[in-house]
Write a protein that binds this ligand. Structure first.
Ligand SMILES: [Zn+2]
Length: 422
């Protein structure tokens, strides 16, 4: 086969590929492509906690303050806030007649003070998680029925941690008191969201324009309620689950969410793509591999790291801090264009990429992120196709299209070898 024949063969393959997958190729090319190493730390479940949470959070904030990006900006935690816990003693005292909350600014002032200090020094941007991390009406009803699953909540006089609840009971925008979960009425959802945005504004002095649902359980009606209250960006793990089935399985109604996708309810989706959950065995090395894979595809690196990594035993907390230090050091040192930002700012960049970034917490402004274009964008585009679609990988190998593909991308990037320019 002469070279000309081979080139004609590849051209024919590309035409057939276009005929087969043009919608996918167009959509993938139309996605956002970021040229900076944009690093976001998304941390769920902050909010009311034991007194020791304050020192744990302050140690985390101090670590973030020691890390700065290429613009001199400190590393910033987008902390997904739970705004209240049930006042279980008060609920019990009134005979379970009504759900009663104890808010972050009522019983947890020292911790809130630390959060506000971190907002000022630039290491924390709070984001709405939920007014609580459970469904309070369901919890109260179970308490009235002396259900064993909530007896600790209503019978312990000391600090009770909602994280000890059975997993189905931790969902917020569903009733998980029995499986399968029951959807809320539109009025119930609207009330939860209305109360949450009001409380968030009162507690932090700013609105939350982005959110992530507790347990990743939410539906279209939740999105509409968020939209009605100015929430424009929804953090996801790549799917949407409106409920759980009888055996507890999460039911997806959207299974392939990409960063920048339109929710259909007036919001943009964001996407977590790297896990730093060392308490669950997802440690620094694995997180860095995921982070660099996202970066090579021109995706913002959104690292998930829950509160519990920092609020369990002191040893676990210290190990988590040490590993996070390693992740951030590596991201900063290997690349001259590391940029820290919060999720709300990433949402803003997706909407208006030319505008400077502004922290919602302290109003500091930072240059906008770089965008990929030309050959750099083509490389990232090909890598998205390669990583995401097994069938396209087979086609590339069988037809030999992998050869020109590798020439465009570079073998180092295809194989995931880290280089100075990523
Ligand atoms: Zn959560």
């Amino acid at each position: 086969m002469t070279l000309i024949t081979l080139l004609l063969f590849w051209l024919l393959c590309l035409l057939l590929l276009w005929g087969w997958k043009s919608a996918l190729l167009r959509k993938t090319w139309g996605e956002p492509y970021v040229g900076s190493l944009a690093v976001l730390l998304e941390s769920d479940d902050w909010g009311p906690g034991g007194e020791f949470h304050q020192t744990r959070f302050e140690a985390l904030s101090a670590l973030l303050l020691r890390h700065t990006d290429s613009q001199g900006r400190p590393a910033v935690l987008t902390a997904d806030m739970v705004l209240s816990v049930p006042d279980t003693q008060a609920i019990r005292s009134n005979g379970y007649a009504e759900p009663i909350r104890c808010y972050l600014d009522q019983g947890y002032q020292p911790l809130l003070h630390s959060f506000k200090d971190a907002m000022q020094n630039g290491t924390l941007v709070p984001q709405l998680h939920g007014i609580e991390h459970l469904n309070l009406s369901a919890l109260t009803r179970l308490g009235a029925n002396n259900d064993a699953r909530v007896s600790a909540a209503f019978n312990e006089d000391d600090w009770w941690d909602w994280e000890t609840l059975d997993s189905p009971l931790q969902g917020h925008y569903v009733d998980g008191s029995a499986l399968p979960t029951t959807p809320l009425t539109i009025e119930q959802t609207r009330t939860l969201v209305q109360d949450a945005v009001d409380a968030f504004q009162r507690i932090f002095g700013i609105p939350s324009i982005s959110t992530v649902a507790p347990c990743y359980l939410w539906d279209e009606q939740t999105e509409q309620a968020w939209a009605a209250h100015g929430i424009r960006y929804i953090q996801t793990a790549g799917y949407r689950c409106p409920g759980r089935s009888g055996d507890g399985t999460y039911q997806q109604d959207l299974s392939e969410i990409r960063v920048g996708d339109d929710s259909g309810s007036g919001q943009l989706y964001l996407l977590r793509n790297a896990m730093y959950e060392p308490v669950d065995g997802r440690k620094a090395d694995g997180c860095l591999v995921q982070a660099m894979r996202a970066y090579r595809q021109g995706l913002p690196v959104v690292i998930s790291t829950h509160r519990y990594n920092y609020t369990r035993s002191e040893t676990e907390c210290n190990d988590s801090l040490q590993g996070l230090d390693q992740v951030l050091t590596q991201l900063e040192s290997n690349h001259g264009n590391c940029r820290y930002l919060s999720s709300a700012e990433l949402g803003g960049w997706l909407e208006t990429p030319e505008q400077s970034l502004t922290s919602p917490a302290n109003q500091s402004t930072w240059p906008t992120l770089k965008r990929l274009s030309g050959l750099s964008k083509l490389r990232a585009f090909l890598l998205r196709l390669w990583y995401r679609h097994a069938k396209l990988r087979v086609v590339a190998i069988v037809t030999g299209l992998i050869i020109p593909g590798v020439l465009v991308i570079g073998t180092d990037k295809l194989l995931g070898v880290q280089t100075r320019d990523g």
